[in-house]
Design a protein around this ligand. Structure first.
Ligand SMILES: [Fe+2]
Length: 311
């Protein structure tokens, strides 16, 4: 098996480091990892880092690190990519040290997203500790989480050739929903381990590389508490609480200080390739996930209750 095993880490280039630190640590409950030359790192488990946040103008995803099981598998994967005509370069010691990995190769997907193929993402020297969470983040064999990337007009068969034929991902399902007359959302979800999807792709109206990163927690109360913290802090939400019909994630979407979103969720489906059947669904949300403006209008339009003075 020479394919990708799991999502190891993501690298974001952001304009406001201080706001990002507050957002990730105080609101999402991540652990500050360490200061780096250009920014800082964030932990969500025993690993040295899962998010690498670096100062810069992109306000977007600038690299994704995928872990491969061992050195032999990494060599085989690099060989396969090169045989298919994909340019792959070996990262130097400085890059390996910055990413805290044993070995690293760098390539790009057909959309131009930088992809880092690594082995041996290091553990941190101290146990994971969140000042905010009652439970913990769901990582382990399912990797750091999942992300949705923008296709930006690149044909589906082109990026699937890279992610499925070369990196070894498998299709989980497809969702095609007509959001408004003539406006169709069409997303394809891919997995490389039991997590329902590690990456998904679609043409969404966004100039960014990434639409969202999903961080999953073990305790449903942490979704509610993070929702309250983000609301109390006046953060803009993309979608309020709801659930997806394919991975069953109970979640909300809040905008990061960089303008793409974090999905903060609980209860994501773990799938088994032996029994999994690929389906096409016709809706992105089984309930909820309504934009905050819609919720605000509905709540404001409801008649006032009679018992307000009793409380
Ligand atoms: Fe998601």
């Amino acid at each position: 098996m020479s394919g990708v095993k799991e999502l190891g880490y993501v690298v974001y280039e952001v304009g406001d480091l201080a706001d990002w630190e507050h957002f990730a640590v105080e609101l999402l409950g991540m652990q500050f990892g360490e200061k780096t030359d250009g920014g800082f790192t964030l932990r969500t488990d025993e690993k040295a880092h899962r998010w690498i946040v670096t100062a810069g103008p992109a306000d977007d995803l600038v690299a994704t690190g995928y872990e491969v099981s061992d050195a032999a598998a990494l060599d085989a994967l690099v060989e396969k990519l090169r045989a298919a005509g994909v340019e792959v370069t070996e990262g130097d010691d400085a890059l390996a040290a910055a990413r805290k990995v044993e070995r690293i190769f760098v390539t790009a997907d057909p959309m131009g997203n930088r992809v880092e193929l690594v082995t041996g993402l290091a553990d941190a020297a101290t146990p994971f500790e969140s000042a905010k969470l009652l439970g913990r983040f769901v990582t382990g064999a399912g990797g750091a989480g999942h992300q949705v990337l923008l296709a930006h007009g690149v044909p589906r068969e082109t990026y699937l050739r890279f992610y499925i034929d070369l990196l070894g991902f498998k299709v989980s399902d497809v969702i095609v929903e007509e959001l408004a007359p003539g406006v169709v959302a069409d997303l394809i979800f891919l997995h490389c381990n039991g997590r329902h999807h590690t990456v998904a792709f679609g043409d969404l109206p966004s100039p960014k590389r990434t639409h969202h990163f999903m961080a999953e927690v073990t305790d449903i109360r942490d979704v509610g508490l993070a929702f309250d913290r983000c609301m109390d802090a006046g953060r803009p939400f993309e979608m309020t609480l709801g659930m997806h019909p394919n991975d069953h994630m109970f979640s909300f979407y809040v905008f990061t200080p960089s303008g793409f979103s974090v999905e903060y969720g609980w209860g994501g489906l773990v799938i088994d390739d032996e029994t999994w059947e690929v389906r096409t669904l016709d809706r992105l949300h089984s309930w909820g996930h309504r934009p905050p403006g819609v919720v605000a209008e509905l709540l404001a339009a409801a008649p006032a209750t009679s018992g307000e003075g009793d409380r």
